[in-house]
Design a protein around this ligand. Structure first.
Ligand code: MTE
Ligand code: MO
Length: 581
């Protein structure tokens, strides 16, 4: 006989799978159709006002979490009980799960904003998955259904278990084969019906008849016949736990994204108090293969350490500013949007960008000036670092003087006229012209500790990157692309160059290490963006190398010396080779 604790474990694992699968399906149907949430909502509605008031007084803002936690604890208890009962007869277990499903369905389908029958899907699919798991686990452990197969295994004289365990084991392994077959059919069909019939039909008549003849030893001891296989139960339960967890995580991820997309779609962006300078017509040369002046959001490079994108509800979002300040302050998303907004074109660059690489992009950002917000907290004079933290725990250490010096350092809420995309930091991210992203561009921003570089360290610093990350002047050849084959004759070489917040004053190109020639610079709205450039070249037959270098507005020309991205940004001249025929 399977011991009670094992039944309880099987019940818990089955309940977990049921909820996980329900969560997964709810991720697509709608997060509110997850039965636990629906039951929680109904509970709130049915709770007498004095009890509700008590709960709010006692648990405050976490009353919802306490309620869901309570529902889960009750669920766990009942799931364990279902497992214990299922050891005797799977039908009892199925009946228990069915009862659960009915409660869940009632809660889901009576929600005020129900979408009809589709809302039942998470509960139904979850219940079937739970029933399937329960029957699988109980058999695996050597529960009721196993007995019959043990008998038939005896008659077929199956081989000993690979691990040379007791004589009952082969029978048990056979069982799993048999039950898997019936399980497989139950997925598409009716797990309850087939499970129940397996149980009652086979464990009844067949078992005793056959085993009585062929396996007298087994008949003597009913306990032996229903031998409990602890290892197989535990591995099965572990498998169930993995499935339950994975399904829950995936379901929440999908569900969260759905909810966020809805929230993003509803947001209306306020007009900027300070609009960006218009982009001069001549800023965009419009050459095929040349990076456009504004990088569309869908083409904008993405860099983050997060494996799954943080999903931050703008209605719950808070920015806390504390540390070396006169008074700690906290802002909601609405607070932020009430402040005067600034629009600015800023080119973002990643420190990991190789010479000639594409971890750089230019966008029109809309946001509140960081300096305006920080002044409300009042930076103390000994502070030199803004340690910003993302919802996923990533941190940036930004020099305070850079942020406060009047440049368009923003808490950005929009990118190219669109509410910030989730992958670019929705709802709020930092953008600081002139600093590499890893020290400045915190996405999913939630917290700023005003501190000192000699007291704190940001995410990448102990990982071998410099604490300070001013962007190094760079230039890139976009056309032709390296390895291109060109025709003899006049052709255009073009690309982009950047020296954020200083500005690009000159770009020079040379072919085959000949004379440097000055390229034409496209117009630019300011020093914080990259600048397109182009130059004509009379290509002659053969293989050629083309090099580029930029000089910033402070008169510094890019160094030829090659340096890798770590620890503080790559250097060297972008060089390409082309064939001309
Ligand atoms: N939360 C968070 N913010 C982050 C990062 C990160 O890993 N996590 N990476 C930074 C780095 S290294 C860069 S280059 C920029 C990239 O911003 P983007 O993905 O919008 O282009 O984000 C910065 N902000
Ligand atoms: Mo980066």
């Amino acid at each position: 006989m399977v011991p009670a604790w094992a039944g309880a474990l099987a019940g818990l694992a089955s309940g977990g799978v049921a909820l996980g699968i329900a969560q997964l399906v709810a991720g697509f149907v709608g997060p509110e159709t997850f039965p636990v949430v629906a039951v929680g909502d109904v509970t709130v509605d049915l709770t007498p006002a004095p009890v509700k008031d008590f709960a709010i007084r006692t648990f405050g803002a976490s009353d919802k979490a306490v309620l869901i936690g309570g529902v889960l604890v009750v669920l766990a208890g009942v799931a364990a009980l279902i497992g214990v009962l299922a050891r005797r007869r799977l039908a009892y277990g199925f009946a228990g799960l069915g009862g659960f499903a009915v409660v869940g369905l009632l809660a889901v389908l009576t929600r005020p904003d129900t979408n009809g029958a589709l809302d039942a899907l998470p509960t139904l699919v979850g219940a079937f998955a739970g029933a399937w798991t329960l029957s699988w686990l109980v058999r695996r452990a050597g529960g009721p259904a196993m007995a019959a197969s043990a008998a038939s295994a005896g008659s077929s004289g199956s081989a000993a278990a690979p691990d040379g365990d007791t004589a009952e084991r082969p029978g048990i392994s056979d069982t799993s084969g048999a039950s898997n077959a019936s399980d497989a059919s139950s997925v598409s069909g009716e797990p309850r019906a087939s499970g129940v019939s397996d149980d009652s039909a086979t464990s009844g008549a067949e078992r005793h008849g056959v085993s009585a003849v062929e396996r007298p030893a087994v008949v003597r001891s009913g306990a032996d016949l229903r031998a409990f296989d602890r290892r197989r139960l535990l591995t099965g339960v572990a498998g169930g736990a993995v499935v339950a967890t994975a399904a829950t995580v995936l379901g929440r991820q999908f569900g969260g994204r759905q909810a966020l997309d809805a929230a993003r779609a509803e947001l209306a962006l306020p007009r900027p108090a300070t609009p960006a300078r218009p982009i001069p017509a001549g800023a965009n040369l419009g050459l095929k293969g040349l990076a456009p002046f504004i990088t569309p959001n869908r083409d904008f490079y993405e860099v983050h350490t997060a494996l799954v994108l943080p999903q931050v509800d703008p209605n719950e979002w808070r920015l806390r500013i504390h540390g070396l300040v006169d008074r700690p302050v906290e802002f909601s998303y609405a607070d932020l949007l009430k402040m005067p907004l600034t629009e600015a074109d800023v080119t973002l660059t990643c420190v990991s960008n190789e010479v000639g690489g594409d971890l750089v992009g230019n966008a029109r950002w809309l946001g509140v000036r960081m300096a305006d917000v920080l002044r409300r907290a009042g930076l103390r004079s000994d502070a030199d670092m803004l340690l910003s933290t993302s919802a996923d725990g990533f941190t940036c250490g930004t020099p305070a003087d850079v942020v406060m010096d009047g440049r368009d350092a923003l808490f950005a809420v929009a990118m190219n006229g669109e509410v910030l995309p989730v992958s670019h930091g929705f709802p709020v991210r930092q953008v600081v012209p002139g600093l590499y992203g890893y020290v400045s561009a915190t996405k999913w921003l939630v917290d700023i500790k005003v501190t000192r570089f000699d007291q704190d360290e940001a995410y990448w610093t102990p990982r071998g990157w410099s604490a300070m990350g001013p962007i190094k002047t760079q230039s890139r050849i976009d056309i032709p692309a390296t390895g291109d084959s060109l025709k003899v004759g006049r052709t255009t070489i073009a690309g982009v160059a950047w020296a954020q917040h200083t500005g690009v004053d000159a770009v020079e190109v040379r072919v085959d290490r000949g004379q440097w020639r000055e390229a034409r610079l496209a117009e630019t709205p300011g020093a914080d963006t990259w600048r397109q450039w182009s130059i004509d070249w009379d290509a002659t037959a053969g293989q050629h190398t083309i090099e580029v270098r930029a000089t910033d507005a402070a008169g510094r020309t890019q160094t030829e010396e090659m340096a890798p991205p770590a620890p503080d940004g790559a250097t060297g001249w972008h060089t390409i080779t082309v064939q001309v025929a």
